[in-house]
Every structure is written in C-alpha cells, then in structure tokens.
Ligand binder design. Structure first.
Ligand code: BTN
Length: 313
C-alpha cells in the first residue's frame, strides 16, 4: 500500500473515511495507515482526523508531488510515471541517468529547486522554488538529424499552455518563450543517439511560474497575471499540450508543428542579430526550415541558414 493509494481513497470519498475502512480496503493494518497519514501530513497535506469519524483530506501542499501531478492528468503517455525531488542537481541529469537505465518513455522528472540547472550553450539556469523545472524522457523513432524538431515542438506546446492560461506568449528562435518582451520559459533538449537512431531525448523545460526573479529581462506567470498560479494545473496543461503535439509529430511529421511554430513566432519577419560561434549575423529572419534552422536574408541579399545561436531582435 502506498500513500498515493490512501490519497486516492480520501479524494474519491471527499469526506471522513475511517482508519478501519482504509485498512480493510487497502489490505493493511490500521497502524500502517496511521503511519502513512503522518508521512502525508509531514509532506504538507492537511488531513483532519476525528476519533470516531476517521480522516478527511482538507488541503494539499503547493508541491509538484507525483500524486498531485498525476491526479486528473488527461494523458496516456506523458506523466504516467512522475519522479519528484525537493532538490536535485538538474532534472536533465537525473533524467539522462534514468533513461540510460531503461526507464519508460514519457517519464517526467520534476524538482522544486535545482542546484546545477543547465541552460542552452553551456550556461547556468537559475531555478529557485516556485517555478516548474522538469524533464521528459522521449524515445521517438526519428533520425538524430531531426531531433531539433522536438525542441521547436516543445516551444509550441509551452506557448499553447501559457495562452490557455491567458498569457500572450510568443516564441523567439530557436525555442525561448516570451511574454510582453521578456523571457518566461527556456528549453534544453539533450540526446543520446547512434548514427541513425535516437536512443532517447531529454526534453528539459523551465517555466517561471511563481518564483521570484529580477524582472528586468525575464518574467513570471505570477508577475504577468498579477496573481499566483497553480503549478500543478499548469504542469498538467503543459503535459497535455506536449502529448498532443508529440503524437501529432509521430503520426504526421513535423509540418503541422512547424505551421504552429510559425504562427506563434515573434522572430519571423523581423530584423535580427544572431551570434553564432565567432560571427554576428545581421539580416531579416525569413523562415524556419524543417530542421529548425533560421533562414536569414542578409543586407547584401544573400540568404543564410543558421543552425544554432543566440538571437536578438
Ligand atoms: C535556456 O533557456 O537556456 C534553457 C533552460 C532550460 C532549463 C530547464 S529547467 C529543467 C531542466 N533541467 C535543467 O537543468 N535545465 C532544464
């Protein structure tokens, strides 16, 4: 018997449930139930206990525990298994270890805080409490050359989830999501592959939700909406959007995703300055191709394809 099973019964009944009933229906002793109830209380669940009535769930903690994320989650693949940490190095690091050990596709690793949050281009990514810091393990049957499609897809899914919560999110190439000119989400995908097959992809997503950050260049959902947001509701919406896009990608390829990427893009049609390696490329962003590369028309009329870099506009 797990504490998740007790929670499930308390949720279903939505009233007092006797220790005896819980013990009988879960096939354990009343003492075992009592111990698990105590663990739940320590984790922040508010459980009222009355001597002759039993236990009643009164409140849930603001934590991305597996039991919270999975409760009411409308997905078939993503989040069937959720692994939660109060603190970890980086969810991408943990996800890679788990993927190497053969964990199933769709497993989600989520942390309240990370000590070594990783950003794009080898940068650090600050991830204090109150945000959504997660990595999803995917095993698409694609050529490693097309793995960047997954990153662009994730930017589309995050944008849809944010728009669903009333924010005017847009995508900045390659995969930053912005609201009102400030970054709200970063995506870092890492891959394990052989010459022509992908073993797994770690899709790392960090969204500023209720966390405190300097608001000069970045923003949070809380700052934009003027109120705290339920991180559980948001992560569920995000996993549902991701699953829908991932299934579309597997079934119909990248074209329908790219269509949405273009629709949500704030980069296309704008003058841009892209720093890649030692070069700074200036021109007008014309399009993104099937590999996720940015097509820029330079001032002398030549057209350049940029695979990766930092884009300003
Ligand atoms: C970027 O904008 O540079 C990408 C940031 C990606 C951050 C997320 S947070 C969850 C996951 N774990 C990490 O260490 N990084 C990603």
């Amino acid at each position: 018997m797990t504490k998740e099973e007790i929670l499930q019964v308390l949720r279903e009944k939505n009233d007092y449930v006797s220790g005896e009933y819980l013990a009988e229906s879960l096939g354990v002793t009343r003492t075992a139930i009592w111990k698990q109830i105590h663990t739940l209380i320590k984790e922040g669940y508010v459980i009222d206990s009355q001597q002759n009535k039993g236990y009643r769930l009164v409140g849930v903690p603001d934590r991305l525990y597996a039991s919270e994320v999975k409760y009411g989650l409308q997905t078939k693949l993503l989040g069937k298994r959720v692994v939660h940490f109060n603190v970890t190095t980086s969810t991408n690091i943990v996800a890679r270890q788990m993927a190497e050990e053969g964990v199933e596709e769709g497993t989600v690793i989520v942390a309240e805080t990370q000590t070594r949050g990783k950003g794009r281009l080898g940068r650090k990514f600050i991830t204090k409490g109150g945000g959504v810091w997660m990595s999803v393990i995917l095993k698409p049957n694609i050529d490693p050359m097309h793995a960047s499609s997954i990153t662009l897809m994730a930017a589309v899914s995050v944008t849809k989830a944010l728009r669903g919560m009333g924010l005017e999110a847009v995508i900045k190439w390659p995969n930053d999501v912005f609201v009102n000119g400030k970054k709200i989400c970063g995506i870092l995908t890492e891959m394990s592959a052989e010459t022509d097959i992908v073993n797994f992809i770690i899709l790392g997503i960090g969204v500023n939700v209720n966390n405190d950050i300097p608001l000069e260049t970045a923003t949070t959902m809380k700052a934009e909406l003027g109120k705290e947001v339920s991180r559980v509701r948001f992560i569920q919406a995000l996993l549902e959007e991701l699953e829908e896009d991932y299934l579309t990608f597997k079934e119909k390829g990248f074209t329908p995703i790219l269509w949405n990427w273009r629709r949500f893009s704030d980069t296309l049609g704008r003058p841009v300055e892209v720093s890649c390696q030692d070069e700074k490329i200036r021109g007008v962003a014309q399009d993104v191709d099937e590999d996720g590369s940015l097509i820029v028309k330079l001032t002398d009329g030549t057209v350049k394809k940029i695979v990766s870099g930092d884009c300003r506009h």
